[in-house]
Design a protein around this ligand. Structure first.
Ligand code: ADP
Ligand code: MG
Length: 383
C-alpha cells in the first residue's frame, strides 16, 4: 500500500503554499530569508505571514533561523521535497509514494505510482547530506558563494541526471526510461532487476562481462565516460540478465582531462569485481587510448542543448563538487583542507541542513500533510 497520497499535497491552503514558495524564491538570494521579504514575495501582510510560517515550521517544511543580523526562515529538505512532489502531483507524473527501496549516501530512492497506478522510481538527490562540509569548505571554487548549498547542488545533480538519462535512452542505451524531473527529484521507470552486487550467480559470466565492457565502449563512442561504473550502479535484468546502467550525475565527456583516468577506473572496477566475486579472470579489457573511437558527440549535444538546462558554469560547479567529494570519500583529504574547513565552519550565517531536516523522509511529509489537512478541517469546523 502506498504510504503517501501525493494528491494530499493539494490540501496545503493556498496561502500556506504561497508562503512556502516565497521562502524558496527568497532563498535564491538570501541564505536566511528575512520574514518581511517572505511576506512581500507572497503578497501577504507580515502578521499573517508570520503565523503561517510558524505553522509551516511546526511541520518541518521551513525552519526558523535567528542570527546576528536578522530573523528569517530557510527551506528544509522537507519543504523542498514537498514542492517537488507537489509539482509531480499536479503534472500527474506521481500520484502516490510507497516504500523506500534505497538510501544512497547521496540520494533516497522510493517506489512511486503515477495516476494510472503504474509503478516507477523516484530518486531524491541529497548532495549535502553526507558532504555538506565539502560544500562549505570547498566553496572557493564556486563562482558564486550563494550557490554553495545542498538545495542548489542537489538540483544541479537531478537536472544533469535527467538530461543524460533522456539522451542515453533516446540513443537506445540500456538505462531506465526517464519520466519527469523537478528541483532535486528524478522520476524514472522501475527496472525489473537487482544491482549486480546482489547477484550471487550469473548464468553466463563471460557474456555479462563482455556486455559491460561493450557498454563502456559504446558510451565512449558517444563521447561519454560514466565515472561510477560499479556493481551498485549496474542493475541486472530479471528476464535476461542484461545490464541496465543508472546514476549519471558524475558523467563526463571523453574530452575531459580526467576522461582516461575515469574510463580506466570504470574498466578496472568491473575486472576486479568479476575476479573477486565470480572467479572470472578476464583476458581482455578495453583501453582508453587504444579502443575508444568517438562516432557521436552526445556529450556536446547534451550539455549544449536546452535539454540540459544547466549553464556551463553550473556544469563546472557540479563537476567540481562531485570530484572533491570523491576525493574526500577516497580519503584523500589533506591537512590543509581540513584546517580551512573548520575555519569556514565558524562562519555561521550560512544555513546548514539542521538535524531536524535529516532524515528527511517522505513518511514524515506524508504525516505532515495529513496534520495540516486535519488542522485546516478543524479550523473550518470551528469558524
Ligand atoms: P546514488 O546516487 O545514491 O548511488 P542510485 O541512482 O545509484 O543512487 O540508486 C541507488 C540504488 O537504488 C541502486 O543501487 C538501486 O538498487 C536502486 N535503484 C535506483 N534506480 C533504480 C531503478 N530505476 N530501478 C530499480 N532500482 C533502482
Ligand atoms: Mg549509485
Amino acid at each position: 500500500t502506498m504510504k503517501l497520497d501525493a494528491k494530499l499535497l493539494r490540501y496545503l491552503s493556498s496561502e500556506e503554499f504561497r508562503i512556502l514558495t516565497a521562502v524558496e524564491m527568497g532563498s535564491k538570494n538570501h541564505e536566511v530569508v528575512p520574514t518581511p521579504l517572505i511576506a512581500q514575495i507572497a503578497k501577504l501582510k507580515s502578521g499573517g505571514a508570520h503565523k503561517i510560517l510558524g505553522e509551516l515550521a511546526k511541520h518541518n517544511l521551513v525552519a526558523r533561523v535567528q542570527n546576528a543580523k536578522y530573523d528569517g526562515y530557510r527551506l528544509t529538505y522537507g519543504g523542498y521535497d514537498y514542492l517537488a512532489l507537489h509539482t509531480f502531483a499536479v503534472r500527474g507524473s506521481i500520484h502516490s509514494v510507497g516504500n523506500q527501496i534505497g538510501v544512497g549516501k547521496e540520494s533516497d530512492i522510493y517506489i512511486v505510482a503515477d495516476d494510472n497506478g503504474t509503478q516507477h522510481v523516484l530518486k531524491i538527490h541529497r548532495l549535502g547530506r553526507t558532504s555538506f562540509r565539502a560544500v562549505k569548505s570547498k566553496r572557493d571554487y564556486l563562482e558564486s558563494r550563494k550557490s554553495a548549498s545542498w538545495m542548489y547542488m542537489s538540483r544541479l545533480a537531478a537536472t544533469k541526471e535527467y538530461a543524460f538519462m533522456r539522451a542515453l535512452h533516446e540513443h537506445g542505451f540500456p538505462v531506465p526510461t526517464p519520466i519527469d524531473q523537478n528541483r532535486h527529484c528524478v522520476a524514472m521507470s522501475l527496472v525489473d532487476g537487482v544491482p549486480l552486487t546482489h547477484v550471487a550467480e550469473v548464468a553466463d559470466v563471460g557474456q555479462l562481462y563482455a556486455d559491460l565492457m561493450a557498454l563502456l565502449l559504446r558510451l565512449a563512442a558517444h563521447g561519454l565516460v560514466h565515472g561510477d561504473f560499479n556493481e551498485f550502479n549496474l542493475l541486472v535484468r530479471e528476464v535476461d540478465q542484461k545490464p541496465v546502467l543508472i546514476d549519471f550525475p558524475q558523467m563526463i565527456s571523453t574530452n575531459h582531462p580526467n576522461a582516461k583516468e575515469q574510463f580506466d577506473r570504470d574498466v578496472e572496477c568491473v575486472k576486479t569485481y568479476f575476479r573477486r566475486r565470480y572467479n572470472f579472470d578476464a583476458t581482455w579489457w578495453p583501453e582508453f587510448d587504444r579502443d575508444v573511437a568517438r562516432t557521436v558527440d552526445l556529450d556536446a549535444a547534451v550539455s549544449a542543448s536546452g535539454a540540459c538546462k544547466l549553464t556551463k558554469r553550473q556544469q563546472r560547479e557540479l563537476e567540481q563538487f562531485l570530484l572533491e567529494k570523491r576525493a574526500e570519500d577516497d580519503g584523500e583529504v589533506n591537512e590543509d583542507e581540513s584546517e580551512s574547513e573548520s575555519e569556514v565552519e565558524s562562519d555561521d550565517d550560512e544555513p546548514t541542513p539542521a538535524a531536524a531536516d535529516s532524515p528527511a523522509n517522505i513518511e514524515q511529509i506524508g504525516a505532515t500533510l495529513q496534520r495540516i489537512h486535519l488542522d485546516q478541517a478543524a479550523r473550518l469546523g470551528n469558524s
